[in-house]
Design a protein around this ligand. Structure first.
Ligand code: SAH
Ligand code: F3S
Length: 477
């Protein structure tokens, strides 16, 4: 989601159960954060009503859509390679149309269509409900573009298709856009201003998932702790809300409680948390409800106050430590993960050492670590020089990754000898006789299948570990 960018799923295609009365074939490929994968399910649902069945075979498609990511340059390069491939297929299937969705569509607007002429359709993340009209435009031989960002679109009324999932865990998006304006980040430009989804539609979706047999939901947003429902509209317009709207407003702690109470047997997770918005109220709510998992993804990006300031991350290193101390005091078993950027403009060796020492303090369970990639249009690109040499960025990144591996191992060792509840998600990638699931802390646990089934909550005795995985034996329900 990013959070998180799961490398193993990048480029996955989505397939819907086919229906006879749909005559055309849609091939949809997704890149980037969890929100993109979740949006592709919304897109597939909208286009199913327009007569499209999904296919996993590019060669038999009538419409190819690629849901794109702009977060780092590399993400965009991957998408460009795929567009080349799609255009090659077009040579043998002239009626095939290609559309680009998501963050690159929003960032480059009509450039891919008019200047580069490598797509037929460009659709930004807030314009998917316009797809029926846009598809009609391209059917009639015209190019189609809609990159308007919206004040209130949350797709709350569209029920996404889940047919390609494991049937056990699902993502439910609760906010769209981001108002934080971290200086390195392209998201506020590609996904627009922050808005929250109606809690009733969130609860409806969660209840529906439970009825369909799902056992875990992850509430999804660029900055979930900033969730605020006051009847609709942008977060930044809350100042102008009426007294009545304020009195009945629902914040993230309250939403979390509503979801946890509605489905006491369902596991609840959320992602991503921003340190400046994660309140004590949220941590206390997590502690109060057994079914809210003990895991917080809490990106920090840097351990240096100077760099945090230049990144416009609105907290200091010391405030971050206070937050970590509070989490550990209220939920001693809580797992914490990070996102980190190496080589932000102006980063010195001393700044880098601050990052390593911050990591030593927290000892994160997991991490997602990146070399700084300058993104056009961001404040950092306009005001700062990307002056840390590539070699230095790489070296610092490697040091961060090595340290994270060490801390990961330290954390997994703490689970040895314990008996933990694991939700089975599917067969282990490494062995057909083993299940793979996760404990409350989100650590992967692998154990012999015996007679247990996908979707079972099983008590597992943890016997061995690597730096990221726990191995054990089930001892019953
Ligand atoms: N709040 C979001 C963050 C999205 S971006 C969330 O839901 O996770 C995910 C991560 O990508 C960021 O936390 C940051 O570590 C990284 N990232 C963003 N912009 C970047 C850039 N320009 N260069 C390198 N890494 C970047
Ligand atoms: Fe990006 Fe910062 Fe928002 S990393 S998504 S601007 S919290």
């Amino acid at each position: 989601m990013e959070n998180m960018i799961d490398e193993s799923v990048q480029g996955n295609t989505l397939s819907l159960e086919s229906s006879e009365d749909r005559s055309r074939k849609l091939y949809i490929e997704s890149y980037g954060c969890q929100m993109n994968f979740s949006d592709s399910e919304i897109v597939a649902s909208i286009l199913a009503k327009e007569g499209f069945n999904t296919t996993q075979e590019l060669e038999e498609a009538d419409l190819v859509l690629i849901n794109t990511c702009s977060i780092r340059e590399k993400a965009e390069l991957t998408v460009r390679k795929r567009l080349e491939k799609f255009n090659a297929v077009k040579k043998t299937r002239p009626h095939l149309k290609v559309g680009v969705l998501g963050c690159m569509a929003e960032r480059l607007k009509s450039q891919l269509l008019e200047e580069e002429k490598i797509v037929d359709m460009v659709v930004g993340p807030d314009a998917y409900k316009d797809l029926p009209n846009l598809v009609q435009e391209i059917d009639e031989g015209r190019n189609a573009v809609n990159v308007l960002l919206s004040k209130d679109e949350t797709y709350g009324d569209i029920s996404p298709v889940r047919l390609n999932s494991n049937g056990v865990t699902a993502f439910v998006s609760i906010t769209r856009g981001c108002d934080n304006m971290c200086t390195f980040c392209v998201v506020p430009f590609t996904r627009g201003r922050e808005r929250s989804r109606d809690p009733h539609s969130i609860l409806e979706e969660v209840n529906d998932l439970w009825q369909k047999g799902f056992k875990e939901v992850t509430l999804l947003g660029q900055n979930v702790d900033s969730y605020l429902w006051y009847g609709g509209g942008l977060k930044k317009d809350y100042d102008r809300a009426s007294e009545m709207q304020r009195a009945t407003a629902i914040n993230f702690a309250k939403l979390l409680e509503l979801v946890a109470m509605a489905r006491p047997k369902m596991r609840i997770r959320f992602s991503t948390s921003n340190p400046q918005d994660l309140t004590l109220d949220v941590i206390e709510t997590m502690a109060r409800y057994n079914n809210i998992c003990n895991y917080i993804h809490l990106p920090v990006q840097s351990g240096s106050n100077r760099i945090l300031k230049a990144m416009n991350r609105l907290h200091t290193r010391e405030e971050y430590f206070d937050l970590i101390d509070n989490i550990r005091r209220i939920i001693p078993e809580c797992a914490i993960s990070q996102d980190m950027i190496a080589g932000f403009p102006g980063e010195t060796e001393e700044d880098h050492r601050d990052t390593l020492s911050l990591m030593d303090y927290v000892k994160y369970d997991f991490g997602f670590m990146f070399a700084y990639s300058e993104r056009p249009g961001t404040l950092a690109a306009r005001k700062l020089t990307d002056d840390v040499p590539e070699k230095v960025k790489k070296r610092r990144l490697t040091e961060i990754i090595d340290l994270q591996r060490k801390h990961g191992h330290f954390r997994t060792q703490q689970h040895l000898g314990k008996v933990e509840e694991v939700l089975i998600e599917g067969t282990s990638k490494k062995s057909d006789d083993q299940w793979m699931g996760r404990n409350s802390q989100n650590t992967v646990v692998v154990f012999p299948k015996e007679n247990y089934q996908v979707g079972d909550f099983v008590m597992v005795k943890i016997e061995e570990c690597t730096s990221a995985t726990l191995l054990g034996t089930a001892i019953g329900y």
